[in-house]
Design a protein around this ligand. Structure first.
Ligand SMILES: [Zn+2]
Length: 208
């Protein structure tokens, strides 16, 4: 409750979206295209609360979820593919919620990762971009990946595009990049180890 109380003024303060595509519209597009089973409003806010993004299911009432993006992502050079994938990750928390496994609450059980891979095969390419561009302001903590408090000074002066170069070996474009690159399929080996998504064991529900 303390966290909610502390965050509320930030969460309800309108922050203009500086991304190339408005985050709210992007979230609606992802919900409609990949999560037709979610019959609820998904509000988007921007707040520096630690994770790159997180979701509070039913935060806006029974039929309204809240997704919060860290302002380090609120940048015109953050690729839309990265933002779209983060929307997919957060909405997967709604359709594949966490559960208790062996007495321990796991917010990302196996079925979560399976569903995320289904709707977001571009996950490795996205994490490759995140690590390649935002590594300087990310911190591995016991609670998971967090954005440093000094992110404003630590963030890169410019951000590389989503696909600067690819390990193509003559593969056909439509196989490597289905959806015209929207779902770029890079192998897991392209993610700078350790793989952040598999290392998180978050005991609480609201962490990303
Ligand atoms: Zn998550």
């Amino acid at each position: 409750m303390f966290t909610m109380h502390r965050l509320q003024p930030l969460l309800f303060q309108p922050v203009p979206s500086e991304t190339a595509y408005p985050l709210t519209e992007l979230m609606q597009e992802v919900r409609a295209g990949y999560f037709p089973e979610i019959d609820a409003d998904v509000e988007v806010r921007i707040a520096a609360s630690g994770p790159l993004a997180w979701i509070a299911p039913s935060f806006m009432g029974e039929n309204g979820h809240l997704v919060v993006f860290h302002p380090v992502l609120n940048h015109p050079e953050t690729p839309i593919e990265v933002l779209r994938f983060i929307c997919k990750h957060e909405l997967t928390h709604i359709v594949r919620p966490g559960r208790v496994i062996a007495g321990y609450y796991e917010s990302h059980p196996d079925e979560f990762w399976e569903h995320e891979a289904e709707v977001g095969p571009e996950r490795f390419a996205v994490w490759h971009w995140v690590w390649g561009n935002l590594r300087g302001c990310l911190r591995e903590t016991d609670a998971g990946l967090r954005v440093a408090r000094r992110w404003r000074t630590l963030q890169p002066r410019w951000r590389r595009p989503y696909m600067p170069s690819l390990p193509f070996k003559g593969e056909r474009w439509d196989i490597v990049c289905p959806g015209d690159g929207g779902q770029l399929r890079l192998p897991p080996s392209w993610v700078v180890p350790p793989h952040p998504m598999k290392r998180h064991r978050r005991p609480r529900r609201l962490r990303t």
